[in-house]
Design a binder for this molecule. Structure first.
Ligand code: AMP
Ligand code: MG
Length: 417
């Protein structure tokens, strides 16, 4: 399990910027040590534990990029087309029976190894056949339509790096190397609780002043997209002792404990006291909207994160605090979020010195350029605002005003997970 020191999330300043939060996490959270070997077909989304150097070049042998006719470049007609006798035929998966001799061409197909003596291929579309000979036009570049061995990946090149969150194309590269297994970091075990007397699990009986717990399902889904094994631990009452004993019982058996709700500073926000009874806790007052304090702590060496209860605040702080923590625990590259420039189709005023996220939809403007249309309402409790939009416009700390037509940075929801 992860073993962090009690004070690893200590922070001196009154307000923490989003970038500072990510930096503190990346610097102070160490990767879990456990590595496992898994079948290639199960590797998508996992974190590569070590570098993979190419055990063979790709392509492994020099081959034709097209269906056509192979010749020696010294034979390429310079000024006029010329007829060449055919000296054989080589298909993908076979080797040429003979080397090519001067003045001859060989029929060849895409992916077939180049016959000895040939280094150029004429595309079949560019030639004609006459009396069993192939007529090759003048002017082709020497080496055309040939894929040299190693042009894709040279032998020994570190083609996949430790910390890579494996994507389908990464798995394909490992397969092209002939690998059947990969060493990956074991899945993180994350305990998830909701907190609040007003919450009931879907399926339970909801009294009239209660609501169904939605955050837990959102957070569990986001964690699973990051490759975590999630323990769904239900809802904790707003009560210090119950919180403390539940948290103590899961620390040690998990790599991360995540809660939502109860971390503001109201007298019914008991998470802080619950964590302090069994571990160390600091409230990070982050300069982010939607947000509110995020609780960071350590319980028996296990990192703890308490997110706010409002669904949109919970979502946004997950992205900036939980996601980097999970990546750091897995030893994954931090994968910085890169907003794409789009045109604002809205006006917006904001406070200086805090990062804001505006929920938007994308549409094509009159000139075909992408425009961001702001969701009409702003409350951090509006779950439908996340459901009915495409992503978030990120407004940096220095911005105070957005005017229609201005370029703003857009993050799709898919890019955040
Ligand atoms: P809190 O952070 O506990 O003060 O909660 C802030 C708001 O978010 C309150 O309106 C809560 O009812 C709501 N809330 C807290 N936890 C959840 C949850 N798990 N699912 C949906 N809403 C929640
Ligand atoms: Mg609450």
């Amino acid at each position: 399990m992860a073993q962090l020191s009690d004070d690893c999330f200590a922070f001196g300043g009154p307000m923490m910027s989003v970038d500072e939060a990510v930096r503190v996490i990346a610097d102070r959270v160490a990767r879990i040590a456990d590595v496992e070997t898994i079948a290639l077909a199960a590797a998508d989304g996992r974190i590569l534990a070590g570098d993979v150097a190419a055990p063979l070049p790709l392509p492994p042998f020099t081959n034709s990029a097209v269906d056509g006719y192979a010749v020696a470049s010294s034979d390429i007609p310079k000024t006029d087309a010329r007829a060449f006798p055919l000296s054989g035929r080589v298909q993908a998966g076979a080797s040429a029976q003979t080397a090519i001799r001067g003045g001859e061409a060989m029929r060849i197909f895409t992916g077939a190894p180049m016959p000895e003596g040939a280094d150029t291929v004429f595309m079949q579309e560019d030639v004609s056949l006459e009396d069993g000979k192939v007529v090759l036009p003048a002017g082709l570049k020497p080496g055309a339509n040939v894929r040299p061995a190693g042009e894709d990946v040279p032998l020994g090149h570190v083609a996949l790096k430790a910390g890579q969150r494996l994507r389908p194309q990464d798995v394909a590269l490992a397969a092209a190397f002939g690998l059947t297994e990969l060493a990956v970091v074991r899945r993180l075990r994350v305990a998830v609780f909701s907190t609040g007397d007003e919450l009931v699990s879907p399926g339970g009986h909801r009294a009239s002043p209660q609501l169904f717990d939605s955050n837990r399902f959102m957070l569990m889904a986001m964690l699973r997209r990051l490759g975590c094994d999630v323990s769904d631990l239900g809802i904790l009452r707003d009560e210090r002792a119950a919180l403390a004993s539940a948290l103590r019982s899961v620390a040690g058996a998990h790599d991360l404990i995540l809660t939502t709700g109860g971390v503001s500073t109201g007298e019914e926000d008991h998470v802080k006291a619950g964590v302090e009874a069994v571990g160390k806790l600091v409230l990070w007052r982050m300069a982010i909207k939607p947000g509110r304090p995020v609780a960071m702590g350590v319980i028996n060496g296990t990192p703890f994160i308490g997110l706010p209860g409002n669904p949109v605040a919970s979502f946004v702080t997950f992205v900036h605090v939980v996601r980097p923590t999970v990546l750091a625990l897995m030893g994954a590259r931090q994968e910085p979020l890169v907003p794409m420039p789009v045109r604002a189709a809205f006006a917006y005023k904001k406070k200086i010195a805090r990062r804001e996220y505006v929920r938007v939809n994308l549409r094509k403007g009159h000139d075909g350029a992408l425009e961001a249309v702001k969701f009409p309402r702003e409350g951090a409790g509006l779950l439908s605002s996340l459901v009915d939009t495409d992503g978030l416009v990120e407004l940096s700390e220095q911005v105070t005003l957005v005017e229609p037509g201005q370029s703003v940075g857009f993050l799709s929801y898919a890019s955040l997970m």
